[in-house]
Design a protein around this ligand. Structure first.
Ligand code: SF4
Length: 373
């Protein structure tokens, strides 16, 4: 089958006003692999179709989540992550309550509509209680006008429920690799890093009613096109509301650094990430998809390219600058030195240049999720 025939399976004239969830093209594993391998004119056709579908379903709007990196204290030691507990080469921090609330108020002032609270993984009582308190405090700002996404790793169902009842309504837990064998090549094989536990957490989040997000890294050592195609089918099967995907960036203080010469070039990892975004936009036209900062780290135009490939969410960093250098899951992260107001102007200008605009003062929920519920 040619790329054009595969793309013709995707409805080119969708109806954005329809209130019912709309079935998207059911691409097969083989078709996805062909799209992932597309080059030249075929690759351009893929990106053009993904943009066309996104604009028809979601308009040219980009939603913001003001990112608050609450703490880099983590009990785990994922093999790719600079924040892993076994890396002694940087200072650990936890923001004070005032700092977190200050960031959330700033997000509100800047019209971001939503915040995302992210942290290294802890599940002790003090941490769970603190997050519950912070979520409730953020909800008090202007009578609950800020939407809250949490990205705080694996927790018990009871904890997820507590945070949901406190006011968080979106949760991002990336599977990182949906192939169990690959998962254990990028995580230690021990009780703390259990693949099935992670799957169970995603299922808990979905059943509680969170707008649940997941995602993967693209360009990992040992990752194949089959893995990537299966990752996309995994998102579709779980029927998640949002997805975040970014290129893998090796960190020198991690075990995966040893494979840095065995992975595709940064340019190829970036290009494959864009293809993953574009194909998923065809498969799940109304979900939210993040243009990850990792894209911009690899390519100065990376976030814009991700938006043009089908992403519709950006997460500007609101963490106080003095802490950002210590939250480096991967090295040389983009925008680490930017001030929030600079960041806002920069985003407006960059998005206008590609025919998109930020939808200010809106939660920016997943259209797919909203229609379903
Ligand atoms: S990826 Fe998350 S859980 Fe794993 S070491 Fe890094 S911060 Fe901790």
């Amino acid at each position: 089958m040619s790329i054009s025939e595969i793309l013709n399976k995707v409805d080119p004239s969708p109806l954005p006003q329809a209130q019912e969830p709309q079935e998207a093209a059911a691409l097969t594993h083989e078709e996805i692999k062909l799209l992932l391998a597309a080059e030249g004119e075929d690759k351009k056709k893929l990106f053009d179709r993904a943009l066309q579908v996104k604009l028809a379903r979601l308009d040219n709007h980009v939603h913001l989540r003001g990112l608050i990196e609450y703490s880099n204290i983590c009990t785990k030691y994922c093999l790719y992550c600079g924040v892993r507990s076994k890396n002694p080469n940087f200072e650990r921090y936890q923001l004070s309550d005032e700092e977190v609330i200050g960031c959330a108020k700033l997000a509100h002032q800047l019209g971001y509509g939503s915040v995302a609270l992210q942290s290294g993984e802890r599940s002790d009582k003090a941490f769970v209680d603190k997050i519950t308190y912070l979520v409730k405090e953020i909800k008090k700002i202007d009578n609950g006008s800020l939407g809250i996404t949490l990205s705080l790793g694996e927790q018990t169902e009871e904890t997820y429920r507590r945070w949901f009842e406190a006011g968080a309504h979106r949760y991002l837990l990336r599977i990182e690799a949906s192939n169990e064998d690959l998962y254990y090549k990028i995580h230690p094989r021990d009780a703390k890093h259990d693949f099935h536990q992670r799957l169970a957490c995603i299922d808990s989040l979905l059943s509680i009613g969170y707008q649940t997000g997941t995602g993967v890294m693209v360009g990992l050592p040992f990752q194949t096109l089959d893995d990537l195609a299966n990752d996309l089918l995994f998102f579709k099967k779980k029927d998640v509301a949002m997805v975040g995907m970014g290129p893998f960036i090796p960190h020198p203080d991690t075990p995966l650094w040893q494979y840095r010469d065995q992975i595709p070039t940064a340019e190829k990892r970036m290009e494959m990430t864009l293809k993953m975004i574009a194909i998923l936009r065809l498969m799940m036209p109304e979900i939210n998809m993040v243009a990850a900062t990792a894209n911009q780290t690899v390519d100065p135009q990376g976030r814009e390219k991700a938006i043009l490939a089908g992403a519709n969410v950006i997460m500007p960093n609101l963490t106080p600058n003095e802490f950002r250098e210590n939250y480096l899951i991967y090295p040389d992260k983009a925008c680490v030195k930017d001030q929030p107001d600079q960041c806002q102007t920069c985003l407006d200008v960059r998005l206008a240049a590609i025919g998109h605009k930020v939808l200010y003062n809106a939660w920016g929920d997943s259209v797919a999720f909203t229609k379903k519920h």
